[in-house]
Design a protein. Structure first.
Length: 279
């Protein structure tokens, strides 16, 4: 596949480096010769071919969705779907090793200060993971928010009594944050957290635990999935319509916080496409 890069230079360099490990990928310097595009900014015009968006989810979700063809032509990198440890847990769920999924629990704790846009990014990513693992939209949302919006707890109810419990905490004291994912099915359980993903460094004095970085491997996986999985329902690459669904769920979260009550959600049809809505 011939691809044209329209991203900031540092990201372009990372893509070119990662592209060496992807079969069937050819970079072109003329957009007119490309089969698909890679972009990191919100499209300013109609899309005439598939495009992979590597920019901010919060920025894209916050735009005025004026071009309906984005739903099918604009592909989105939901970055957390490509974390190797979460991929492993997800595959255990999808292959039936754990039975029917009953509970998904996510922690996202971040040292501050964290901007409002970064918090929105975290929430969109966490809500997307819940939708991805359960393979459906939630039927209800309940949320609580702490002082200064520094903490938020979500309960997403799914069909069959499945649930996702998500807690995010920002502006924590200086230090490394913490991410974890636990799933419980009726035949087993699995978890992934960043305590496991560290290497010990001995350089005199006490050893240090350094988090293993997988950014380059993640970009390789994103590019490979985009090229090989455009027509695959199992591809981790998502569509813009999925981001819109997560945005709708967050609208329900804000409604629940304001009312102090659970908010029912459902599935509606908009111009022939399934989409979430908040009742």
């Amino acid at each position: 596949m011939k691809m044209f890069l329209d991203v900031v230079p540092i990201l372009a360099d990372r893509c070119r480096e990662a592209g060496r490990a992807v079969d069937g990928l050819e970079w072109v310097t003329d957009e007119g010769d490309a089969d698909a595009l890679i972009i990191d900014k919100v499209p300013a015009r109609r899309l005439d071919r598939a495009a992979l968006f590597l920019g901010s989810l919060a920025t894209l979700a916050g735009t005025d969705e004026g071009f309906q063809e984005w739903d099918e032509k604009l592909h989105v990198r939901f970055e957390r779907r490509f974390e190797p440890e979460l991929q492993s847990v997800y595959q255990s769920c999808r292959t039936g090793e754990l039975g029917q999924l009953g509970l998904l629990r996510l922690h996202r704790w971040v040292a501050g200060p964290v901007t409002a846009a970064e918090r929105e990014e975290d929430l969109l990513a966490c809500v997307d993971l819940a939708r991805w693992f359960f393979g459906e939209l939630p039927v209800s949302v309940f949320a609580l928010e702490g002082p200064s919006s520094a903490t938020i707890q979500l309960h997403l109810g799914f069909s069959g009594n499945g649930m996702a419990m998500i807690d995010c905490a920002w502006d924590l004291p200086r230090g490394r944050g913490y991410d974890s994912c636990h799933v419980i099915g009726d035949d087993g359980a699995a978890y992934a957290d960043d305590h496991r993903n560290v290497s010990l460094l001995y350089a005199g004095n006490d050893p240090q635990a350094l988090k293993v970085q997988n950014e380059q491997a993640a970009i390789v996986a994103v590019l490979d999935s985009f090229i090989t999985g455009l027509d695959s329902a199992e591809s981790p690459i998502g569509l813009f319509s999925e981001l819109r669904s997560s945005k709708d769920i967050l609208a329900g979260v804000r409604g629940s916080i304001a009312s102090g009550q659970a908010v029912p959600c459902g599935v509606g049809i908009i111009e022939g496409r399934a989409s979430s809505y908040v009742e």
